[in-house]
Design a protein around this ligand. Structure first.
Ligand code: ADP
Ligand code: MG
Length: 269
């Protein structure tokens, strides 16, 4: 291997083993005024996830966590660097190919109140990805019943609207929607941050059960180190748009090597 100061050189996951690999990713947002300089939000981010693995991404609010998820999904302005998924570059995909990728790559956002269409029944919400991928109506009804069972919602949930459910149940609907096409990776962006502590735990347990059953990989984004420690095999720490430390979860959250991670640890219960 070439000697290098770049963190990619120390990475634990080889390119051949990675399901998702983000390499030297830079993202800048234009300044507010016409002459205002652009703000660089991601400054050369490297991370990689193996199939079936959870990589926790932790850092304070505004550090760039969601921007990483959005860049992987093709929703952030990538200045340079690459995103590779299942051996294929996905950072410059056409809209058509991007839609095709939805089969393998899904997302669950923080707030199920805004990510679910309030005027659409749960059944229609779950049918949408199935129908978009060409599943027949009858088969999709069966699939919806199966998905509701997997997230432990009653079968009659299909005919109800999001407002009839609690926050935790809505997040279960969002998880079921993400599972509809049997993805290989789900980006979970603060999936429990809007929930009370007891509900957080039940949703986290559900995500773990699903991973056990399906071998789906998670990019698990949270500002909460204790939640990330509970969920992750490996953890990456982000600070001001740079990954400052990556390693197995016990080491990073127990005996961190970077001073910033130590301050996160002190601030965490
Ligand atoms: P996190 O998820 O870690 O809280 P974000 O990735 O959402 O952080 O945001 C990182 C930084 O990028 C913040 O300073 C935020 O204000 C800025 N940012 C995010 N999205 C945009 C956007 N669309 N336009 C301009 N600035 C943005
Ligand atoms: Mg965020």
């Amino acid at each position: 291997m070439q000697p290098s100061n770049h963190p990619a050189a120390h990475r634990e996951v080889s390119a051949a083993d990675a399901l998702l690999s983000v390499d030297r990713l830079r993202v800048s947002f234009p300044g507010k005024g016409r002459r205002a300089p652009a703000t660089e939000v991601l400054k050369g981010v490297d991370l990689a996830i193996r199939p079936g693995e959870t990589l926790g991404l932790v850092g304070e609010s505004g550090s760039g966590k969601s921007t990483i998820g959005r860049a992987v999904l093709g929703l952030a302005p990538v200045t340079s660097g690459t995103v590779t998924f299942a051996g294929r570059r996905i950072d410059r995909l056409s809209a058509r190919r991007r839609r095709g990728l939805a089969r393998d790559l899904q997302v669950v956002f923080q707030d199920p109140y805004t990510s679910l269409n309030p005027s659409r029944t749960v059944g229609d919400t779950l049918a949408e990805p199935l129908i978009a991928q060409g599943t027949a109506a009858g088969a999709s009804r069966e699939r919806i019943a199966d998905l509701l069972g997997r997230v432990q919602l009653p079968a009659d949930a299909a005919s109800r609207l999001p407002r009839e459910f609690s926050g935790g149940q809505r997040q279960r609907v969002a998880i079921a929607r993400a599972l509809a096409l049997d993805p290989r990776l789900i980006i979970c962006d603060e999936p429990v941050s809007a929930l009370d502590l007891t509900t957080q735990r039940t949703v986290l347990d559900l995500l773990l059960e699903i991973q056990e059953a399906t071998d789906v990989a998670y990019l698990f984004v949270s500002h909460d180190l204790s939640v990330v420690r509970f969920m992750s095999h490996r953890v990456a720490v982000i600070h001001h748009g740079e990954i400052v430390e990556t390693g197995d979860a016990a080491t990073v959250t127990g005996t961190p090597s970077h001073p910033y991670t130590r301050t996160l640890l002190l601030a965490s219960p």
